[in-house]
Design a binder for this molecule. Structure first.
Ligand code: PSV
Ligand code: MN
Ligand code: MN
Length: 388
């Protein structure tokens, strides 16, 4: 039997980080459908993120993406966040939107381009210093489109050199996390295509470098929970970018496409200590809301992560281990499925009430009138979006 008070305290202590870019307009390469009331600058993105935290009580951190969230005074942005009751989370670098990066950034054959990319990464660490952020999140679009285009090994050497320069710049309380993605925008080779490549680089760098698992960045059929279990075992799971996908990097709301997969991932996380703050795993959302309302979509995603976490925490580990030790294949599977098939919504409603929150976060948000207010207030100026 599960210890319900312990499950509840774990749920109350959970921290889910939301992405600043999730609040802005986004779309596909075919069309961006602009929505009314979306933030016009990073200050307004934080204001929206604060609404998600107010409704859910578990989303106090907001990831920034540089240069999308560039401001003249980061101290002011940090103070604004703190006034709103949230904090700046990870700083995401961007070495994929500059013309100079056509054939790569840190892996580019031209040392001048590499120097420019490294300078950006170091500038991101300056942003961490100014905002109080403790983690730099790196994703590189680097790769090649055609066999023979560049030397695979030489690109790995260049990558290592760049990562080393950034690692050396980290302060004692700062760390870096390296994200992988199996393809796109490069179609033949990607320089960090999988967890193994990220892990190998992080291992060489040292304890302040860990791997990011973006749930949308794997080939179909990949067993993501196995990767998660292995990285946790090695002490190298740094963060999640949660989203869901039907086909490729769809960036849909987490838990929408495959809630069972999310449960299986969180079962490995919960069982192996990944929810303990001391382990330092960041639970971030990396989603783009192309047609749905942004703030409610992020609230829904937070709730989906909470539901999967609650189910994972309800797994009767004693019964599971006993069945496993006895070789009881069906019994062990049944223990897991019992937890997954539990309706945890009443438990989460209780948890929210005990936290002084409305048991229904979406209703709580709707009742604030924020959605109507931002449509009225945020007219004029350029509305921020993915890349703005
Ligand atoms: C790349 O597809 C990615 O998942 C990285 O995390 C980027 O920083 C993010 O998307 C941008 O939306
Ligand atoms: Mn990502
Ligand atoms: Mn992605």
């Amino acid at each position: 039997m599960s210890d319900i008070p312990a499950v509840k305290s774990a749920l109350k202590a959970q921290v889910i980080e939301t992405p600043s870019w999730g609040y802005g307009n986004s779309g596909t390469r075919f069309k961006v459908f602009a929505q009314q009331g979306v933030p016009r600058d990073p200050f307004e993105k934080l204001a929206d993120a604060a609404r998600v935290h107010a409704a859910t009580g578990v989303a106090p951190l907001v990831s920034l993406h540089i240069p999308w969230d560039t401001v003249p005074d980061y101290g002011k942005l940090r103070a604004h966040a703190e006034d709103l009751g949230v904090r700046i989370g990870m700083i995401n670098s961007n070495t994929f939107q500059d013309d100079d990066y056509r054939i790569g950034s840190v892996c580019h054959p031209d040392p001048a381009v590499r120097r420019k990319a490294i300078a950006h990464l170091l500038a991101c660490v300056d942003v961490m210093d100014a905002t109080g952020s403790t983690a730099l999140k790196l994703w590189f679009a680097d790769g090649t489109n055609y066999p023979g285009q560049d030397d695979i090994t030489a690109r790995q050497d260049r990558l290592h050199e760049a990562l080393q320069a950034v690692y050396a710049r980290l302060g004692p309380e700062q760390r870096m996390v390296l994200e992988y993605k199996f393809f796109e925008p490069a179609f033949y080779t990607t320089d960090v295509p999988d967890w193994g490549t990220s892990y190998a680089h992080c291992l060489k760098l040292g304890p302040k470098a860990k791997v990011v698992v973006d749930t949308g960045h794997h080939a179909p059929g990949t067993n993501i929970e196995f990767i998660v279990a292995l990285l946790l075992r090695e002490g190298k799971l740094g963060a999640f970018d949660f989203n869901s996908r039907f086909y490729a990097d769809d960036d849909l709301m987490v838990g929408a496409a495959d809630p069972f997969q999310l449960f299986r991932i969180l079962h490995e996380v919960a069982k192996n200590g990944g929810l303990d703050a001391a382990n330092g795993v960041a639970f971030m959302l990396d989603q783009c809301h192309n047609i749905e309302a942004k703030i409610p979509a992020i609230i829904r995603s937070v709730m989906n992560v909470q539901e999967a976490t609650a189910k994972a925490l309800l797994v009767d580990l004693d019964a599971l281990r006993a069945a496993q030790a006895a070789g009881d294949v069906l019994g062990a599977n049944a223990v897991l499925m019992d937890a997954y098939n539990t309706d945890v919504r009443p438990l989460l409603a209780e948890v929210r009430q005990e936290m002084g929150l409305n048991p229904d976060p979406l209703a709580a948000y709707a009742a604030t009138g924020h959605a109507e207010k931002i449509i009225a207030d945020r007219v004029g100026g350029t509305q921020a979006g993915w890349g703005a």
